[in-house]
Design a protein around this ligand. Sequence first.
Ligand SMILES: CC(C)(COP(=O)(O)OP(=O)(O)OC[C@H]1O[C@@H](n2cnc3c(N)ncnc32)[C@H](O)[C@@H]1OP(=O)(O)O)[C@@H](O)C(=O)NCCC(=O)NCCS
Length: 426
Amino acid sequence: MTGYLIRPGRIADAADLARLQAEVQLQTLTGGQPHPGIAAWTEDLLDGHPTVTPDNFLVAEHEATGRPVASLAALRQEWSLAGVRLPIVQIELVGTAPEHRGNRLTERLFAALHQTCDTSGVPLQMIEGIPYFYRRLGYDYALVADGAATLPMPVPAGPAGELMMRPATAADADTLAAVDRRLADGDTLFCPRDATVWRYEITGRRPADIARREVAVLLRGSVVRGYLVHGGRPSATGELIVVAAACDVHADWPHAANSMYAYLGELCRHHEASAMRPLLGPDHPLVRFGPPGVPRRPRSWYLRTGDPAGLLARLRPLLHARWQAAGMRWPAPTITIDSYGRAARLEFTDGELTSVTATRGAVNPSMDPATHAAIPPGALLQLALGHRTVSEVLDIWPDCVLRDRLTEQFLTAAFPRMPVRVWPRT
Ligand SMILES: CC(C)(COP(=O)(O)OP(=O)(O)OC[C@H]1O[C@@H](n2cnc3c(N)ncnc32)[C@H](O)[C@@H]1OP(=O)(O)O)[C@@H](O)C(=O)NCCC(=O)NCCS
């Protein structure tokens, strides 16, 4: 396709990109007017963000005018899966100016993004976006983003013991980062923030930035024991959202939840919100120790990997530890996992996993005697991230084929279901 140049963003694009994105995103909410919150977020991402630089944007420049007419933002971050760090790019602000649609610019931007990710060792890309559209670009729903019930006001809150809440200040950033470091080593999928990022969340964003959240800290006396992150004001539907809640000492949760609900209840009354909406999983402690509410269907995130072997290689210490904890030793030198096109060879010494390398996939892996597991890419993502278990995957995907019972037992122990506690970095 001629007429457009795909290139990284530059600081000089800031005004054009803020205008472009404000004019195409969330137009049903603004009635066709530019969205000021999107403009402020785009400006924040391009200027003064602690982890995003202009070249994290990809731009389609119209060659005739030299102006950006389509773009996306690739927000690089590191999530933690039970202590294993996973580099991931979250894609946001995908948009094409209406007069330039029909030229497959999003497809071209994603092709450039995937090439960069695949060659720079970022095994995962994630987007929450238009249903189905991203499947066409190689994505599969592989994580559930929330699913907790909505809580209509008033929300009852029981005794909070000695735990209290107050709004966070920049001075709390180091303590919040320390809480995240500990949580990142827990048995969840988690997105930790360091002190710089916490400071940015608390005081760094433009007031109008749509991604801006309010942070409150959980206190016992003067000691910070956790945090709560919520929307600054109710959404268009009158709901106050909660995007993250953490407690350093698990035993504190029953009282911590009461303290958080009392604090949120006060905010809801102040802003005349009709309900609280935790964007958290139903298994999150804040939800489990809270009132039942009105169930809602969870949202899901699309994920892609262009490097299944790289993803499994990142998980190597975890797989090793899980097999060791289960007392399992693989009786042969290798396990080959083929995701229909790309394959990974897991190598074992004395029954213990020592390395994971990429290898050529078989032409027909489900029938290939040297392949232990033929797993479609979407199913492999779901297993690797703990979204579905092996038995669920076998149930859903007829083309997920395991060679024998032993392989099934090993993969079952390797890939348990994992709770999702991700508040992505935007
Ligand atoms: C979504 C968007 C970025 C696509 O623009 P584009 O890359 O120029 O896409 P094209 O117009 O070339 O369309 C490519 C294909 O995607 C389809 N498509 C385009 N927009 C779509 C949408 N909103 N939903 C579903 N499919 C869509 C087209 O029908 C076309 O399909 P075809 O191959 O069967 O002909 C653009 O419509 C846009 O800016 N929308 C508003 C902002 C938005 O919704 N962004 C995504 C947020 S996750």
